[in-house]
Each structure stands twice: as C-alpha cells, then as structure tokens.
Write a protein that binds this ligand. Sequence first.
Ligand code: PTJ
Length: 252
Amino acid sequence: MVTISKDHPRYNSLVLRDKLVDGCKKGITSIHGLIAHGRGEAFDYLIGERSTTNALEATAAASAYLLTAQRPIISVNGNVAALVPAELTELSEITDAPLEINLYHRSTQRSEKIEQHLRDFGARRILIGRDYVRLPGIASERAKVDKRGIFLADVVFVPLEDGDRCEALKKSGKAVLVVDLNPLSRTALAASVTVVDELTRTMGNIIEITRRMQQAGDQERLEVLKSKFDNIQNLKISYSIILSRLQTASFF
Ligand code: PTJ
C-alpha cells in the first residue's frame, strides 16, 4: 500500500481505493470491482459523502430485519471483503448470521482466498457454496447459493448486490437488504430495504444501530420499523436529495 497523508483532502476516498487495489493484488477483489467502486464514488459525490437521515432510517429498518430474522445471512463479494472484513465479522457475530461468499465472477480460488482473509479478521461461520443449488431466474454464477446458507435464509443482507439476483431472491420469498449508492439501480429498486449510502459508512452505522436495538430488546418496535418502511419512498427521497443538491448548485 502507498502512504497516504491524513491531511489530504480526499484521504478517506484514497484509503478505500487503496484497499481495493490491494484486494485485487491479493486475488480477493475482481478487477471489475474497481469499476463498480468508481460508479459508487460518483454517486457519493452527488449525495454529499455523508450518511443522510434517510439513509440512517433505511439502516435502522435493515437492522430490524436482521434482528427479527429466523435465519439471517450476509452475502460477501470481492469488494466488500476488501473494504470491510472486520465489520462483516462483527455484524455476523452480533446478528448470528453466517457469512456466505457469493461471487459474480465466481472462482473457487478467489472464494478460498476471501474465506482465509475473513478468517484472518476473526470470522468463524463462513460458507463458500461448495454444496450449492441454483436459484432460478439468474444467468450469472451468482445463481449458485449454498444449500445451508442463502438457500434456506429468510433475510439476506447483501452489501453491493446485482439486480438479477436481488429480484430472484425476492421472488423466492426472502427479504433482501442492500447497500447501493445508486438509487436508480435495478438492485435498489428490487430490494426490500436499500440503504443509499457508502458501504464503509453503512457498516459502522448498522453495527451501532443493531447493538443499540439489541440492548433495548423491544420486539414490537422492530416489527413497526419493518412494516412502516417503504423502499420506493426511501429511494424517491434519496433521488430528491441528489436533485436538490444539483438544482441549488450547493457544490459551489
Ligand atoms: O466480487 P464479485 O465477482 O462478486 O464482483 C463484485 C462487483 C461489485 C464487481 C459486481 O457485483 C458488480 O459488477 O457490481 P455492479 O453491478 O457494478 O454494482 C455495483 C453497485 O454498487 C453500483 O450500483 C455502485 O453504485 C454501488 N457501489 C459501488 N461501490 C460502493 C457502492 N455502493 C455503496 N458503497 C460503495 N463503496
């Protein structure tokens, strides 16, 4: 990794880029993941590089789904593994949700490298789909899900999903929680809860909110949070935040 000065005005952004480049070098992250991250960065600029109140409300709804799930699971790809391995491990522990490595550009070698990487960060329950079934309606390799993991889960948290699989998971009756800075993506539109926020910020927020809710132990409130959440309304608000920033030229 190169040394990045903390004084650099774009320090956080440079650190994330470096983690992904490092992930590529280690064989964890797909080279396509760099392009996906660039798209995310562009939307983050537009949204103001902060967690909006709206995003925090969506994060709270996602926490409520995770805490009330019978069989929650967290789906991990190459970008997420490189950016937030410690946070994935922590969220897996507090929600009792295994981590399932499920890749768009699937290879056994990369899955095993990600598995080892997560173990290095303390993760204990990891599935890599050695024993898989195919979810119907998906052309890509992401159709292959672990028989003991995503296949059986009722709630799937998938930071950085692709549209096809999100739709297929929803059709199979699961609640799908995603993080996507693009409020117009097919994934964002198909999910049960879309957190329109940057992944590393979201992971910090979701861990904090989930811990707080767990301590409060108020099941009724969790059910209310889920039932009151309207994902399309959430996306409209995220989109209007971007539009109003553009219209008021608040960048200048
Ligand atoms: O590791 P693999 O093989 O499973 O591949 C992973 C990628 C990310 C390459 C693959 O899933 C992919 O191609 O994703 P997409 O379809 O390009 O979608 C990525 C979405 O995530 C885009 O809508 C981006 O705006 C968004 N995104 C990228 N980085 C971030 C992000 N959203 C939040 N935080 C980010 N850091």
